[in-house]
Write a protein that binds this ligand. Structure first.
Ligand SMILES: Nc1nc2c(c(=O)[nH]1)N[C@H]1C(S)=C(S)[C@@H](COP(=O)(O)O)O[C@H]1N2
Ligand SMILES: [Mo]
Length: 263
């Protein structure tokens, strides 16, 4: 199965390249690819869409990411991206050891609710040893403990028509014209309800360190690291992410990364 997973990127690249080669034969400039409505670009986008659907089909809805054993944990989880958020809101909370943190759940839910970390810890928990793959080309194996996102969603009651779970984070990775650009991510309901998708508060038997997303970060084990929002401030159930920030479904997606980052 992992061979099929591995080949997804190659498949995508080959598909897009083949397509480009055939459609662009005899053409001496590529600039029109930037045009939103260009047919070739649209076709490339649907190739991406297609491979993502194909991967889902091949894997099955509930296929689990590989889990490892204790002896496979060789180092700490390498922190990446934001590792020390400096916003006032975060620092205040951090100084109080996240005692007053509450995870807000809003949007298309029957019962908007907020949860303290203690409340999440009192719910059923799941521990898994998995490999984290960053798009930059490194991996680490670590043991994550948290509350299955599905259990939390079941408590608040997801309304029909909600298609995505939107995570908003406390950290900004950049500053734009209209102020700080906060990290955010979205996943669909298939990943949201997947048994290995957890709101993690523990890493390698310790409370989740600040460097890795304290007090709460999500694990989405069948995708690349950038999908796994750290420093989660709120969760919102939405029908679409078109109108969120730049509309591509995540901080890095808005800057060109694929929305579905399957491994
Ligand atoms: N809020 C937030 N979440 C984030 C990031 C970030 O910068 N901010 N970086 C992402 C990337 S690219 C990776 S590889 C992982 C890193 O998680 P780690 O620090 O636990 O290794 O977090 C992801 N989630
Ligand atoms: Mo990453």
């Amino acid at each position: 199965m992992s061979r099929i997973l591995m080949s997804r990127r190659k498949f995508l690249r080959a598909g897009a390249a083949g397509l480009a080669a055939s459609s662009l034969a005899g053409c001496d400039q590529f600039d029109f690819l930037r045009d939103r409505n260009n047919g070739v670009r649209q076709a490339m986008i649907s190739v991406n869409e297609l491979t993502f659907q194909a991967q889902r089909l091949l894997m099955g809805r509930d296929a689990l990411a590989r889990e490892f054993s204790e002896t496979d944990i060789r180092q700490g989880q390498r922190p990446n991206g934001s590792t020390n958020p400096r916003t006032d809101e975060y620092l205040l909370m951090r100084n109080r050891e996240f005692a007053d943190y509450r995870l807000e759940i809003t949007g298309m839910v029957d019962r908007p609710t907020s949860f303290s970390v203690a409340e999440l810890q009192n719910m059923p928990s799941r521990t898994q040893i998995t490999r984290h793959d960053c798009v930059e080309g490194w991996s680490t194996i670590a043991k994550w403990t948290g509350t299955p996102l599905k259990a939390v969603l079941d408590q608040v009651g997801v309304q029909s028509g909600a298609n995505y779970v939107l995570f908003r984070c406390f950290d900004a990775l950049s500053n734009g014209l209209s102020g700080p650009e906060y990290y955010y991510e979205t996943i669909d309901m298939i990943d949201a309800n997947h048994p290995q998708t957890i709101l993690a508060y523990g890493l390698n038997e310790e409370p989740l360190p600040v460097a890795n997303g304290a007090p709460l970060r999500v694990r989405v084990e069948r995708q690349l690291g950038y999908k796994m929002a750290k420093y989660i401030k709120s969760i919102e159930l939405v029908a679409s992410f078109e109108n969120v920030e730049l509309g591509k479904g995540g901080y890095w997606e808005d800057r060109g990364y694929e929305w579905y980052a399957g491994i």
